[in-house]
Design a protein around this ligand. Sequence first.
Ligand code: 15L
Length: 266
Amino acid sequence: MKKILVTGSAGDVGSRLRKLLPAIYPDIRWSDIKTPTDLNAGEEFVAADLSKMDQVEKVVDGIDGVVHLGGFSVEGPWDTILQSNIVGTYNMFEAAYRAGVSRVVFASSNHAVGMYPRSQRIGVNVTVRPDSRYGVSKAFGEAIGAMYADKHGLRVTCLRIGNVGDAPLDQRRLAIWLKPEDLVQLIRIGLEHRDIKFEVFYGASNNIDGWWDNSNAQRYGYHPIGKADDYRDQAMAAQAKLGSDPVGDKFQGGTFSGAEYDAEKS
Ligand code: 15L
């Protein structure tokens, strides 16, 4: 990979990658709708609104591989999700294809499958069961990624990311935590592994409470170093301070699954 583009670089995950990726990829263009406040003189940054095709065309120009984190990163009103995540992700794949980009790593989310119960262990071949409009947009991103891979030969890796952070924040995150360095491993597989055509991986560390069979990522050499269990006491102490969420606590998507839920109303 010569030149990498990372969209969504002003967000939490993007900001972590700004610290970790330059040691691996010396030529990175960072993009976001807003300029990061702590931009260094040596960092190349190009602002872009992903819902505007002409702006997306400019950011993908001259790029070999894209890490697409950009968009609205939680549940939101339909028009926000539509413009930022659906139109934005379409624009990114279409512009990348036209510009001759060879690989895209798409930041999907656990919320594409958030309506699976916590009692069920799932792999990557299950039907998507989104828990929110946001989750639907991530399922859309995986589908459009498959289409550009299968019809146009773009090499696409979708990461169903759990929760990226220094440590798992609560009981649910003990199952879905992703150590930032493990995210970097997954990104590297997507950008570099010679056998990638189209793949879906779970973005989770080595979590004994995990709900996901991530053997597909392991097949490509993924060896997560993060262990959520090392933080069990602090995560459970944080959990004890949260109120119970009768619906959210049953489903993998947590509060995203419980919000607006009225399926059991008679
Ligand atoms: C996500 O997809 C969000 O981007 C992040 O903010 C968290 O809410 C995470 O999922 C999660 O499920 O914890």
